[in-house]
Each structure stands twice: as C-alpha cells, then as structure tokens.
Design a protein around this ligand. Structure first.
Ligand SMILES: Cc1ncc(COP(=O)(O)O)c(C=O)c1O
Length: 440
C-alpha cells in the first residue's frame, strides 16, 4: 500500500482517440462535427456519441447505465496488484472515467478530464500550461470568475494578462506577446455580452506566436460548436451549465486535442511536453476531481444535450426577436439576430445560436425592476438548465469585474432561456417589461 493514496500516476481513462478536424456531414448546420466514426468504424453522429460514449453495460449485471462507484479506495490483489488500474478515487474512478470518455468523444478530443467545478478545470489548465513570467490574453468581457482567477490568483503568482476584444482579431494579435504569451483564452459566445470570436482566425494568431488557443465552450456546448475541429487546442467547460443541464450539479471539464504540446518549450511534471499529461498529473496532484455522483449526473445530462440545445436555441431566437421589437428595450445581444455583430461568424461555426440572450433597458432601475418582476424566469445565477433564469450581471455573476476593464453595463439583463413553452416565456417577459417601463 502507498502511504499517500493516489500519489502514483493518475488512472488512464480508456478514451478512444478520435483525432480532430474531420467533418461528420451529419450535423444540421454549418458546424464541423469532430468525429465521424465510432471505435468499431461505423459512422457516428453527435447524438449517437452523446448517448453511447462511455456506456458499456455493467459486466456483472448488464445495467445499461454505469453504476455510481461511490467509493474511495479499491482492493488490491497483493501489493500493487490493481484491478483495471484502480487504486484510489482521486486518481481514478470508473464513473468519472465513463464521463471523461464521453466528453472526449463529444468534443472530438484525445483525452478529457472532469473536475469539481468549471473554475477548478480552468485553474488546472492555466497552471499546467503557464509558469511565472508567462502571459495570457483573456476576453475583455470574460466570465467574471475567469477574470478573478487570472487577476487575483495567477497574477500574484507571476502570470500577466491582457484583456482584448475577441471580436477584433487585430486587437487579439496586438495583445499577444510572442515568446511570452502561452495561452489565448477565448469565450464564444461570451458571458454576458454574447460576443462572438472567430475560432479559426484566433487559432492562427495564437499558433503563430507559439501559444495555445483555449476555448471556453460553456455557452455553446459541444452540440452547437466544436472548437477542436475549428483549430483550438483545448476546450473548457463549466459542465454545471448545458452539459449537466438540470441545475443539480456543479462540475467542470477540460478536453485536450490530439497531440497538443505545452507552449513555449515547457516540459511538464511527468517529463513530457504533452498537455494531456500535464493536465492529468495536476488533476491528481491538486485533487479537484469530480465526485462519482456528480460525474454520474453530468453524464446523464450529456445524453440529452442535443435535443435540449435545439429547444433552448429555438426558444431564445424567438425571445430575442421579440425583445428587439419591444419599445422598452434599448439593445439586444444575441448572435442569432441577423444584425448582431457576431452573426456572420457564429453562422459559420455554430449549428444554432444557443439559449443565452442579453438585453439592455436604459437604466439600472428598470433592469432591477425587470429581474424582480418575472414569474417563470427565476432570479438566479447560473445558466443552461431546463428552466429559465434571469439575472443582473453587474450585481450578480459579474460583480467581481466591477471597476476593471471588464465592467459590464448596469442596465444589462441576462436570460438563460429554458425549454418551457415559448408562448409562456414571451408572456412572462412582456409582463415584466411593463413593470420595468414604469421605472424612471
Ligand atoms: C462561461 C463560464 N465559464 C466558466 C464558469 C465557471 O464554472 P463553475 O461555476 O462551474 O466553476 C462559468 C460559470 O458561470 C461560466 O459561465
């Protein structure tokens, strides 16, 4: 027995290597689908992979859903006699492995890693790929927690950052410091302003400088957007959102593309320059892993991702058009609107435009009144669940960027549009707009 359980190398999930860059030709829209073939060589579209990847009937009972291996340690057949490589659940757990296999399959990555939250995943990736003295480019309207991690945890550690407008590739190129920038961090669409970044173009810019292109794909989900197939190196998710999909679990994930190497000559703690090795080491060494039940819930959510995203997108498109036509609304941010600045790029790289809509009401008082007046839209942080949510980013999810270059307008309202009947959602929004319009 080791005195420090899990101190040895992390368990290697049995993830099929699916490569990247191929187009399934099975998707409904313009987004490249990362993989066309199942391990047995038969064609496999996104929904098939989402339903089947990581799912082998339980060898003992035939249970068609992977068991929740709610266990911390595993019996050994003699010292070091591990059964299927399992030693300790921080290092490896079959339920987490099933989720990781499925995540790698739906994003078209070489390996995936599941964490206890999206921010835990981000922390591991940034510490695996950057060292003190290095630099990261971040979106100028990044998720507030990402900004807080970079500005208040990484910066004191010695990693500098520059916010850049991702919709403007020249601005990103100007922010990159060749030889110093290890990561260009992309959100698309962004949280909360729904800005759109051209992934292939930004991949060119990052790669020309020797940096990695990392895409936080939380808002789009792997169903709507396949960043690895578009040239990104690593995908990040808060699986708390659309992948989990039911507002009942917090989690995060990293999916690493095939053969991706650490930037700027870095060698990882296991002596290789593979990003997957460095991330796998840190997942175990720092320990913020997804627990078995959380992994199981997330895997269950992933199975229905495709059908949920279709409905989220259809409902959000209808609401965005409705809001745009409403006299009380001064601006609507939704990449599906034909006059949205991100529409052309989003049409090229997304299958549909997602379930998030942001809009402005001209004053903070009106925005607060709106948030207090909805009935179906619950006032709450987070997003991506089947139920509709509303929030005021400046005071809630993005309070941590107040006073920074990333500050968001105080009259901005963000909707996470659920999968309810859209007529009921429109009626709820109309009633709340009427209340808001009474404010000065
Ligand atoms: C775009 C985005 N990335 C990352 C995160 C962080 O994820 P978590 O809350 O699971 O730590 C969030 C959370 O809201 C998010 O919206």
């Amino acid at each position: 027995m080791t005195t420090d359980p899990g101190a040895t190398a992390p368990h290697q999930p049995r993830t099929p290597s699916e490569g990247r860059g191929t187009d399934a030709g099975t998707s409904t829209g313009g987004t490249p689908d990362a993989s066309t073939t199942a391990p047995d060589g038969r064609p496999s579209g996104f929904s098939t992979r989402a339903v089947h990847a990581g799912l082998e009937p339980d060898p003992t009972t035939g249970a068609v859903v992977p068991p929740i291996y709610q266990v911390s340690t595993y019996a050994q057949d003699g010292v070091g006699g591990l059964r299927n490589g399992y030693e300790y659940s921080r290092s490896g757990n079959p339920t987490r492995d099933a989720l990781q296999t499925a995540l790698a399959a739906v994003e078209g990555g070489e390996r995936a890693f599941a964490f206890s939250s999206g921010l835990a995943a981000e922390d591991v990736l940034l510490r695996a790929t950057l060292t003190p003295g290095r630099h990261v480019v971040i979106p100028d309207d990044a998720y507030g927690g990402t900004y807080r991690l970079v500005a208040r945890v990484l910066e004191p550690w010695g990693v500098a950052h520059t916010p850049a407008r991702l919709g403007d590739p020249d601005a990103v190129a100007a922010a990159v410091r060749p030889g110093e920038t290890g990561v260009v961090w992309v959100e698309t669409p962004t949280n909360p302003l729904l800005g759109v970044a051209d992934i292939p173009r930004l991949a060119e810019i990052a790669h020309a400088a020797g940096a990695l292109l990392v895409v936080d794909n939380t808002f789009a989900s792997p169903y709507l957007q396949q960043p690895l197939a578009l040239g990104a190196d690593v995908v990040v998710h808060s699986t708390t959102k659309y992948i989990g999909g039911h507002s009942d679990v917090v989690g995060g994930a990293l999916v690493v593309g095939a053969g991706v190497r650490l930037p700027l000559g870095l060698v990882g703690p296991t002596g290789t320059d593979a990003v997957a090795d460095a991330v796998g080491f840190l997942q175990n060494a720092a320990g913020a892993v997804a627990g078995p039940f959380d992994a199981w819930l997330t895997l269950r959510g992933l199975r229905t991702l495709a059908v949920r995203m279709e409905r989220h997108s259809a409902n959000a498109a209808e609401l965005a058009a409705h809001l745009q036509a409403h006299p009380a609304v001064t601006a609507v941010h939704y990449p599906g609107l034909p006059d949205d600045p991100g529409h052309a790029v989003a049409s090229r790289q997304m299958r549909a435009f997602g379930g998030m809509v942001a809009f402005r009401l001209g004053s903070e008082a009106r925005a607060r009144a709106f948030c207090a007046a909805t009935r179906l839209f619950t006032l709450a942080e987070s997003l991506g669940g089947v139920e509709s949510l509303v929030e005021l980013p400046a005071a809630m999810t993005h309070a941590s960027v107040a006073g920074s270059a990333l500050e968001v307008p105080d009259d901005l309202v963000r909707l996470s549009v659920g999968i309810e009947d859209v007529a009921d959602l429109v009626a709820d929004v109309d009633a709340a707009l009427e209340v808001a319009a009474r404010e000065g």
